[in-house]
Write a protein that binds this ligand. Structure first.
Ligand SMILES: [Zn+2]
Length: 88
């Protein structure tokens, strides 16, 4: 492997899509927690709960939201298909 290839590999690692979602704290409305969405549907959060238990309410919120969005997308895709097939 040339030096050029090594450089490319390192750069690729930096561009792995990572998403952050701000979730308001349940106990303190002034506080928001950052839930990090990583590859393979792996989540982490910056709150104490996650730090100590490895899971928390904020991650659950983000997961539920994502699941709902997925259902919504599926419904839209279904409607579009019905429309194209002339079923609507
Ligand atoms: Zn959390």
């Amino acid at each position: 492997m040339s030096i050029m290839n090594i450089r490319e590999t390192v750069l690729d690692d930096m561009f792995i899509p990572i998403d952050f979602v701000d979730v308001p704290s349940k106990s303190d409305p002034d506080v928001t927690h950052k839930v990090k969405i990583m590859m393979n549907d792996t989540y982490s959060c910056d709150c104490k709960g996650y730090k100590y238990a490895g899971k928390c309410w904020h991650i659950t919120q983000v997961k539920e939201k994502k699941e709902k969005q997925r259902e919504k997308d599926a419904t839209i895709a279904e409607l579009e298909r019905d429309y194209k097939e002339g079923n609507l």
